[in-house]
Write a protein that binds this ligand. Structure first.
Ligand SMILES: NC(=O)c1ccc[n+]([C@@H]2O[C@H](COP(=O)([O-])OP(=O)(O)OC[C@H]3O[C@@H](n4cnc5c(N)ncnc54)[C@H](O)[C@@H]3O)[C@@H](O)[C@H]2O)c1
Length: 303
């Protein structure tokens, strides 16, 4: 039988702080394939996440299909807006959610991983995070600071993760990020520079695949996922409309499930995908292929 086997591999998933998003679904799929899982979690959400885990509030969602429970080897504090601790303002560093966390920058997380697992302790890195302070503003009404923040947190952070973590990858190492079609086509309402950030993330996937492939032999891919009502997506405000629209207008007329993204991630991050790099793979029921809506417009059937 041809199986996805990640036994003995260690994955870091950056961008998990509850059980509702793609990062969590990917963690489950990778664990099911045998990998051990470390997380990078955003300090403002870390306290609640720890509490949910400690109080057993996530027992059901931590259950793997083979009956085992998903365990996290480490949960590192990570604010992907910062490459070095010095980059964070005193306001952030003194904030009560950050103060006790030690070095929460990308460099700090890389140093902790090295301390915990040695110079070559990683096989898989997943970037499953995004943030745009002005996501509800159309691009035309996005401030320069808001735009740069969206691109910094949601796209540059992937470059920084590759730079800091690729040297610690064992042979066969693979990176993956999550993107959305708004980087290629207009999705009204996906604002604040998030569409620009996704376009950058996808372009960078190709360039990083080349540069990091030549330098460290690692692979770099992205999954372009269909809409899913995670916490981050729900914050945009019209995720259920997006799901209904793509369900009505996709070749496969149904909504995606986060587990399907998890399974594709497990394949892309496994030796079975050893020759795939620099690719953006759609997990969207084929919606990206459509050039015209199937469902009649709300105002009625066109003449
Ligand atoms: N949900 C969708 O419809 C959809 C579709 C396509 C792509 N994506 C992408 O999938 C990825 C995961 O998002 P999700 O929708 O599963 O939601 P999610 O809420 O599970 O994940 C987003 C995570 O980003 C973290 N985060 C925000 N700012 C951060 C920072 N500065 N440093 C570190 N972490 C930070 C949040 O704490 C959260 O854990 C994102 O890149 C998102 O754009 C989502």
């Amino acid at each position: 039988m041809l199986a996805i086997d990640l036994t003995g591999k260690r994955a870091l998933i950056a961008g998990v702080s509850d059980d509702g998003g793609f990062g969590f679904a990917i963690a489950k799929a990778l664990a099911q394939a045998g990998a051990s899982i470390c997380l990078g979690s955003w300090p403002p959400a870390l306290g609640i996440f720890h509490k949910l885990l400690e109080r057993g509030k996530m027992e059901e969602s931590l259950r793997l299909s083979d009956g085992r429970k998903l365990e996290f080897e480490r949960i590192y504090p990570l604010d992907a807006a910062f490459d070095r601790l010095d980059d964070a303002s005193p306001d952030i560093r003194d904030n009560k959610r950050y103060k006790e966390q030690g070095d929460f920058s990308i460099e700090g997380m890389a140093a902790r991983i090295r301390d915990d697992f040695g110079d070559r302790g990683l096989d898989i890195v997943v970037h499953s995070l995004a943030n745009a302070p002005e996501v509800k503003n159309p691009l035309l009404e996005t401030s320069r600071a808001g735009y740069l923040s969206a691109v910094s947190v949601s796209a540059y952070s992937n470059i920084s993760l590759v730079r800091h973590l690729a040297p610690m990858m064992r042979p066969g190492g693979a990176f993956l990020s999550l993107t959305y079609m708004a980087g290629e086509r207009v999705i009204p309402g996906y604002g604040g520079g998030m569409s620009s950030a996704k376009a950058a993330l996808e372009a960078d996937t190709r360039t990083l695949a080349f540069e990091a492939g030549r330098k460290w032999g690692v692979r770099v891919n992205a999954i372009s996922a269909g809409p899913w009502a995670s916490r981050a997506a729900s914050a945009i405000g019209f995720i259920h409309t997006m799901i209904a629209y793509t369900t009505a207008n996709s070749p496969l007329a149904r909504a995606i499930d986060a587990a399907e993204v998890g399974h594709t991630a497990a394949f892309l991050l496994s030796p079975l995908a050893a020759a795939i790099t620099g690719s953006v793979i759609y997990v969207d029921n084929g919606y990206h292929t459509m050039g015209m809506a199937v469902a009649p417009p709300a105002s009625g059937t066109p003449e």
